[in-house]
Design a protein around this ligand. Structure first.
Ligand code: HEC
Length: 176
C-alpha cells in the first residue's frame, strides 16, 4: 500500500490562523499594557488577591516550625473541610491515595494513613509538603493561609487514620 503523507502546505495553517483579525481581539482591547503609562488606582471596592505571606522560604526552613495551632475539635473540623476540597481529589476521602485524579498521575499520591505520616513525620513535614508541594503535588501556599494548612495537618494526624475507608462519591468509572 502506498504511504500517504500530509501535504506540506498544512504546516502553514497555524501561521494563517494567528493572522486572523479576531485572534488579536483580546490583545487590542482598550486596556493598560505592562509598563505603559502610570499605574492606575484599583477600582473602588475591588478586593486585592495577593496570596498569603508564608513565614518560611523553602521546605528546609519549614522543617524548623512548630505547629502553632492546637488540634482542637474546631481546628480538626476546619481541616476536614479543607482536606475535602483540596486533597481528596488525589489522596481520596480516606487518604489512601485513591482519589479520582490519582488514576491520571504517573506516580500515585501517597497514602496519608501510613506509619510515616501518622507516627514518624513531624507536623512541620506535612506543613512543608502542603506549602511547597512535591514533584507532582501542587503547592498550596497561595490558596490556604498558614493557619488553614496547620488545620489540615491536625486533621490528618488526629482523625484521618481513624476513619474507616468508606465508598467515596466516585463511581466505578472514576467519575463523580
Ligand atoms: C494533584 C494531586 C494531589 C493533590 C491535589 C494533593 N496531593 Fe499530596 N501528593 C500527591 C503526589 C503525587 C504525592 C507524591 C509526592 C510528589 O508529588 O512528589 C503527594 C504526597 C503528599 C505527601 C507526602 C506523603 C509521604 O508519605 O511522603 C503529603 C503529606 C501530602 N501529599 C499531603 C497532601 C495534602 C494535605 C493535600 C491537600 C492540601 C494534598 N496532598 C493534595 C498528589 C496530590
Amino acid at each position: 500500500m502506498r504511504r500517504r503523507y500530509l501535504p506540506l502546505w498544512l504546516l502553514l495553517i497555524p501561521g494563517l490562523a494567528l493572522a486572523w483579525p479576531w485572534s488579536r481581539d483580546m490583545m487590542n482591547q482598550p486596556s493598560l499594557k505592562p509598563q505603559e503609562g502610570e499605574m492606575v488606582p484599583f477600582p473602588e471596592r475591588s478586593v486585592p488577591v495577593g496570596g498569603f505571606p508564608t513565614p518560611v522560604k523553602n521546605q528546609l526552613e519549614a522543617h524548623r516550625l512548630a505547629n502553632p495551632v492546637r488540634a482542637t475539635p474546631e481546628s480538626v473540623g476546619r481541616g476536614r473541610q479543607y482536606f475535602t476540597i483540596f486533597c481528596v481529589p488525589c489522596h481520596g476521602a480516606a487518604g489512601k491515595g485513591d482519589g479520582p485524579v490519582a488514576k491520571k498521575l504517573p506516580v500515585p499520591p501517597m497514602d496519608l494513613t501510613n506509619d510515616f505520616i501518622q507516627h514518624q513525620a513531624f507536623d512541620n513535614w506535612i506543613f512543608a509538603m502542603i506549602t511547597f508541594g512535591g514533584k507532582l503535588m501542587p503547592s498550596y501556599r497561595n490558596d490556604l493561609s498558614p493557619e488553614e494548612r496547620w488545620d489540615i495537618v491536625n486533621y490528618i494526624r488526629a482523625e484521618l487514620a481513624k476513619k474507616q475507608p468508606k465508598p467515596s462519591r466516585v463511581n466505578e468509572a472514576g467519575e463523580y
